[in-house]
Every structure is written in C-alpha cells, then in structure tokens.
Design a protein around this ligand. Structure first.
Ligand code: PRX
Length: 654
C-alpha cells in the first residue's frame, strides 16, 4: 500500500455540506429517500427517471431485460436520438442563443458557440459524413485536439447513428493503428495539429503513418485546419473539414435509433493484452450523463458555467466535457492547452475570465498546482466557483484540503467522484449539498448504484471493520458498458467471471468505514494510474520488448508526489551492457515506448539487470520489484527467488 493511501485511510476530518440549498438532491434525507425508492423497485425508479429526463421518439416497453445477463438491455423498444436530446430539444425550449461551448485556445483565442450554431455545424458535419457514405453502425475514429470540432464530430456521429471512437491526441501512430484495426473504422476525423506548451503538436503525420500499413477499412480522412500546420493531402482519401462542411446544408433530421444502439467505443487498458474497446450504448449512457450532472454537481443549466478539464480522448471528457453538460442544456468550457502555460495561474485565470461556477479536474493537476504556490490562484477572482470536483485517482487529504481552502475558499463543497470508463458516469461520490465529506473518501454510492466491498469469495466485508476488500457493483445500471468491442468472452472474463456472473468486478480495492463511506485504495490488478491515466503494465512491457535489443521487461508502479504513480521498468537486454551505456540506452527505450504507445507511457525509471527476479517456476516477482522501485525495505518473501544476486544488482542500479 502506498504512503498516500495509508495517509488517506487514517483521515478522520469531516465537513458538513452547506445548508439551505434547493438543489436536485438537497439533503441527506432526500438522498436516502431516493435510495429507498430504488430499493423498493429499481426498475420503476429507472423507468420514471428515463421518461422524465430523456426525449423519446418511441417509448420503451421494458426498463431492464436481464435475459442475456451480463449482456443487459435497457429501455427496450424505445427510440431516440442523442444529438436531438443534446441540441434540438433545448433549442425548441427557446435556448438556441445560450452558449453551448465556450472554447479557449492556449494562445488565448476565445470562441462562444451557441446551441443554434452548434446544431448547424453538427448537421453540416453529419451531412458531410453521409456524403462520404457513412451509415448507421459504421465506426468513425476521432483523433483531435481539444477543439469544438471534436465535440461537433462526436455529436454528428450520433445524429446519423455512426459509432465514434475518440483516440487521445497524444497517442502514437501505432496506438492509433491498433484502434483503427480493431474497430474497422471507415473514416478518421483529425486536425493538422493542436497546441501544446506554446508549440504545435502535429496530428496528421501520425494518421498518415498509421495508414501506411494495414488499416484497409479507412476510406477517408477529414482534416480540420486548426493550427496552420502544413498538411500533405492524399488525393481521393483526404478532405478538408471546412470545405466539406461548407458544401452541406445546416439541417439534418436526427436518426431515431434503438435505446441500445451503440454510441461509442473507447479504448482503455486492462491487466492483460491490448487495450479493450469499451462499448457504450445510447439511452442508458445519456440518461446517466444527464442525471449525474444534476445530482453530483447540482448543475443548473440556466446559471452555471461548467468546466471539466479532461480531454475528450478520455471517458471524463466524453461524459463531462461534452455529453453531460449538453444533455442538460448548459454551458461547457473547453480549453486546448496545458494547465501551466504560460504560467501556473492559467486554470484559475480561465475560471475567472469565463465565470466558471463548477470546476472538475484530476488530483494530479491539483498536486502540481499546489507546488506552484498559492500566489497563482490568489491573483484571480474565484468567487463564482460553487462546486469543485475531482476524478481519476485517489486524492490525498493534503491536496483535498488545499482545493477546499485555497480554490474553494472554504465555501465550495468537494465531490470526489469514483467511476471508470466502463461505468460511463459517476458511481460513488458525495452530493454537494447533501453529503458530509471526509478528505480522501468518495463517500456514498449514488441512488440506484449498489456498490459493496467484498472478500475474495464475494462476502460483504463488515462496514467499519477496517479491512480492505474488492469493490463490486451488485446490480446493473443504465450507463454500464455493454461489452468489449468484438470480444464478448473477454467482457465476461474481465468483469463478471470473478464472482460467477453475480457482481461486476471493478478491479479496485476499497474499504468501507463505519458510516458506509467508501475509501478507494487503488487497482488490485496490473493496471497503473499515472496522472489519472490508466495504463496496463503489460502494454508497456510489450512496447519495451518490441525493441530489438530487449530480451525481457517487467513494469511496476511506484508512489509519486504529483503523478500518483510513476512507471518503473526493469529491463534485461539481449547483450550484456555496462553502466556507461545505461543512460543512453534508457533514453532510447523511453523514446521507443513513446513511439509505440505515446508519451504518457514513457517509463520514469529504467533499471537494467542481467536477469529479472523470478520464482523457481519462472514467474516474475512483481511485489519484490514494487519494493525495489519504491526504494522500500524488501518486505516480500524472497525465499522462492531463483537467483538471489539479482535483487542486489537491481537495488544498486537506480
Ligand atoms: O482505479 C480507479 C481510478 O481510476 C480507474 C478508472 O480509470 P478510467 O477508466 O481511466 O477512468 C478514469 C475517470 C473516471 C478506477 O478503476 N479512479 C477513478 N476515480 C477515482 C479513482 N480512484 C480513486 N478515487 C477516485 N475518485
């Protein structure tokens, strides 16, 4: 267990929610009453909410079909369109001139996009895709910087029933190729490049490289000319986004699709194999995106300005930069750039300039900004902020307190939201005006969510016992993943097998205290959480061994002050190396991983050894490597170690 987690688990402070609010769930009693409705009849509760919160073109006849569990089907027979729910619906309610998106570039360029303007562009983009032959069910890859066109492309896909798969712009050509091949996408929407710390990060060359081998399914590439970068256009395949849209009418009737029509595929890392394509479908996902905006953030579309700092390449960007705020008819802020450019006050300046009222970010960003000092936030007017959120990794109490005192000025409740790519939206989180918070705890499950901490055999661990266990979800929920793209068996094996199909196994360890509050303890599998990003150790190991000189590699995490976890790789080369070669070789291997996966997967430390520590049966002793990586005394049992001298060598080579 890392030091951060130990300190979280010893936390005893508690903060009452601000009183006197009339939010969507404004008291603990209201929360408990809603939970009780679900306990009484969960199908009826979900059905009531789905009827109230979504616009249906054809009503559903069955709330939840469990017949093919764990392949659950929600809101059967219903028909709707997501973009219609996010755009047309609000315009019909007279909100057409409200800002849907406020975008700011790193260089300070600002665009305000109204619901009317957004719908017009979404329709043009949908028409342009149709003109290229894209039909309902076809896959479209979106490989973009954080620009409004990314959201436009996502919504345009949903307008015609195409399935989008957004690939994070910092992923490499190889990672992009893997996702193109797995989805067999027909179209890529990309940009010439995006801004990164004052420079341009080119995207189109990565697309060209990905398409240079395989990827036969791709017919066209649409390129947004955003950064003024020179782009090689391949005749017949590549088209300029603006030209393509200009040629199209700004209207397009939304295609009514089944509730379960696939909406998107988003790849995420697991403990084995290549990243998995997590599949989400339309109605359940949309319902939860909207409800969690209202419940978790107390979002009021008429007066709030909501800013989630996540990139659209991640699930947080999908649900809380784009779909959630728009499903509510509210205003979402998008920022293209790094949080510390040109200085560490940038995020706070953005909050002040755009009068942000709800701010949602990752603990890693908070920790980095704490280091920069309080003078940065002090220079900006943060008085409009009213709710603060965190996501993606455990937050240490010190960072939580700073967020509360310095950014929230003691006034703003903090919602520490636990969820996953697979869950589509929040699962365990405080409600800002209902739940007393404890720094470091994600507190209580949302109404309708049946979370529990169980032992290896699925028995619930007694609340307040102090024992940790495995976090499970015992009932299906509308925004749950519908499967892994192209691999039903892997879906069953990864999430349902451990508890014989009865519980969804999240892959996290947790503890439940005497008040029923959840304390997330981190992954129990071989998945790392680096700056809130999920990375499989095996993926990084595969990248390392794909280097011609590497014989074997093992990757583990070690605690890191800012990133939460750092990546530590232990490598055996095919040829013996001496210490003088190590620095250059480590740099070469880091660059190699960056090329294979992307810069976020670059190991922080690389240690070379003649052998890796293995048991006599040949298993790499990962726990031992974790101790070595963290510089801790070795607590693991090394008696089964085949070659004892390996440990000494690894400890020396840092
Ligand atoms: O380990 C948990 C951690 O992030 C994992 C999910 O990663 P991903 O699918 O990339 O989604 C991240 C954004 C939702 C979880 O299995 N995690 C997420 N939120 C928290 C967290 N760990 C502790 N506290 C959280 N609030």
């Amino acid at each position: 267990m890392s030091e951060t987690i130990t300190s979280i688990l010893e936390e005893h402070r508690s903060f009452e929610p601000p009183l006197g609010h009339s939010g969507s769930i404004a008291s603990l009693d209201a929360y408990q009453a809603l939970c009780a409705e679900f306990t009484e009849d969960s199908d009826a509760s979900w059905g009531r909410l789905a009827n109230k919160h979504l616009n249906w073109n054809k009503p559903f006849t069955e709330v939840l079909n469990r017949q093919h569990a764990p392949f659950f089907r929600w809101f059967e027979d219903g028909k709707l369109n997501l973009s219609e729910n996010c755009l047309d619906r609000h315009i019909a309610n007279g909100l057409g001139e409200r800002n849907a998106i406020i975008w700011e570039s790193e260089a300070g360029l600002v665009r305000h996009i109204s619901y009317n303007a957004l719908l017009a562009d979404v329709c043009r983009a949908a028409n342009a895709m149709s003109a290229l032959g894209i039909e309902a069910g076809d896959r479209v890859i979106i490989y973009m910087p954080m620009i409004p066109e990314a959201a436009i492309a996502m919504l345009a896909c949903s307008r015609i029933g195409a399935i989008h798969s957004v690939v994070f712009g910092a992923f490499s050509a190889q990672a992009l190729r893997d996702r193109i091949e797995d989805t067999a996408a027909r179209l890529i929407i990309t940009a010439d490049g995006g801004a990164r710390r004052g420079a341009i990060h080119a995207l189109k060359p990565n697309v060209d490289e990905a398409l240079s081998k395989g990827c036969a399914s791709i017919e066209h590439v649409l390129i947004v000319n955003h950064a003024g970068n020179n782009v090689d256009m391949r005749a017949g395949r590549d088209l300029d986004w603006h030209d393509a849209l200009k040629a199209q009418p700004d209207q397009r009737p939304p295609l009514s699709v089944d509730s379960e029509h696939p909406l998107f595929i988003l790849y995420t890392s697991g403990s084995t194999g290549k990243p998995k394509g997590i599949l989400h479908s339309t109605a359940g996902y949309l319902l939860w995106a909207r409800l969690t905006m209202l419940w978790t953030f107390d979002f009021r579309a008429e007066s709030d300005v909501f800013w989630c700092t996540a990139d659209v390449g991640w699930i947080t960007g999908h649900t809380y930069s784009v779909y959630g705020p728009l499903a509510c008819g509210g205003t979402t802020v998008m920022y293209e750039g790094v949080p510390t450019y040109p200085d560490p006050g940038r995020l706070w300046k953005l909050c002040a300039d755009h009068a942000v009222t709800i701010f949602y970010t990752a603990p890693t960003a908070i920790r980095a900004l704490i280091k920069a000092g309080d003078t940065w936030p002090e220079q900006h007017d943060l008085s409009k902020l009213r709710v603060l959120g965190t996501v993606g990794e455990p937050i240490n109490p010190e960072a939580w307190m700073w967020y509360r005192d310095v950014i929230g000025q003691g006034r703003c409740p903090i919602v520490d939201t636990w969820w996953q790519t697979e869950t589509g939206g929040h699962m365990i989180t405080p409600l800002p005006f209902a739940t007393a918070t404890k720094p470091g705890s994600a507190t209580l499950p949302l109404p309708g969510i049946d979370a529990a901490v169980v032992d290896e055999y699925g028995n619930e661990i007694k609340k307040g016992s102090g024992d940790g266990g495995l976090l499970v979800l015992r009932q299906p929920w509308p925004s749950m993943l519908r499967g892994i793209w192209g691999d039903d068996q892997r879906y069953i094996d990864t999430y349902w097998h451990k508890f014989n199909g009865s519980y969804y196994f999240a892959g996290d360890g947790a503890r439940c205290d005497e008040d029923g509050y959840f304390w997330i303890m981190g992954r129990v599998d071989d998945v790392l959480n680096v700056s809130g990003h999920r990375l499989g150790t095996m993926e990084i190991e595969s990248a390392l061994v794909s280097h011609a000189g590497v014989a074997e590699a093992a990757v583990v995490g070690r605690p890191h002050d800012i990133k939460g976890e750092a990546i530590c790789a232990f490598v055996t080369m095919k040829k013996t190396i001496d210490d003088s070669m190590a620095t250059a070789l480590a740099a070469e291997l880091r660059a190699h991983v960056s090329k294979e996966i992307g810069a976020i997967a670059k190991p922080d430390d690389i240690r070379f050894a003649d052998n890796l520590p293995k048991t006599r049966s040949g298993k790499i002793m990962r726990r031992l490597l974790r101790d070595i990586a963290a510089g801790r005394d070795i607590v693991s049992d090394t008696s089964t170690l085949e070659d004892q001298s390996v440990v000494q060598q690894l400890q020396q080579r840092r």
